[in-house]
Structures are given as C-alpha cells and as structure tokens.
Design a binder for this molecule. Sequence first.
Ligand SMILES: [Fe+2]
Length: 188
Amino acid sequence: MAACGLTRDEALEMLRKGVSNLNLQRHCLATGAIMRSLARTRGADEDLWETTGLLHDLDYEETESTPEIHGLKTAERLEGLLPPECIDAIKAHNGENNGFARKTDFDRLLTAAECVTGLITATALVYPDRKLAPVEPRAVVKRMTKTGFARSVSREGIMECEKAGWSLDDFVALSLEAMKSISEDLGL
Ligand SMILES: [Fe+2]
C-alpha cells in the first residue's frame, strides 16, 4: 500500500468536523485503535490502518436515511488522500447495502473491527462501573450467540475476521486490548 496522505492529527480533525455524535466519534476511535493493533501483528503501516478505521464512517450522519450510499460518499471525499486499497475497504465495510464486495483481508478486517467495537462496548456497559477494565475476552465471545444482546451488532460482520485468518477468540482479545488502551478517549 502507498503511504497515507493524511497525518493522524489531520484524520482526527476530519473525524471531529465530519461526525458530530460523540458516540459515533468514539466508535471511529475504537475502530482505528483496533486497526492499528491489527497492522502491528503483520508489520503493516499502522498509521494508515488506523486512519482508515478513524475515517470509515465519515459520511454516516449524512447517509442515515440513504444507507445504499453509506461509504461511497466518504470514498469520494477521501479520494487522493488515502490509497485506493483504503478507499475500497471503506466502501466494502457497507457492502451489504452499497453492493461493493469485500475482496481483501484488509477489507474484511475493517468490517470485523468496526462491528466488534459495538459488542465490546455493549459488554462493558453491563458491568457495574460501565468500564472496559474488568471485561475479559470470553465475556465478549459469550455474547456472540446471544442474539437478543446488542441486537444491532452484526455477528456476520465480526466473523469476517475468520476469513482474514483470525480465530474469533484471538480477534476479540486483540480488539479488547486495543480499546482498553484508549479507554479514556472512549469514555469507558
Ligand atoms: Fe462503523
């Protein structure tokens, strides 16, 4: 992949300007942190992977009533700022609605990362202090099959990790650690 055309600070500023909802900003921060950790495990460009996670939902608020273009608007906006592989992954994270298929491990991992943030956050909120600190990976994995829990979280999306060579257990453990490392920013 080519280098990122944005610094981390520039990406964060785009996120803060483009996304007004604090919880959505936090979802993007969490996705970025997981992507950074995933990049580290394969010697990939950590800044680029994080930036892709940070910006993947940039158009979310403006496409809420038109999910078929969610991801595509962001792709237009980031054209020339991120390498094509990153733009494709951003489109493909909403492939179910916009028809842009996932093709690479990077595509699959962005989808899995952004979906698992929801399950991890919902699990933390079950605990008395509503914090990530006491959450263990198995508490998250256990909730994968509880369909009434965090109903809006796509379990299929999380399972994309397996197509990219990750076991669910290992993927959840890495994601949880990544989110714990920025728990203050996440308000958790
Ligand atoms: Fe997302």
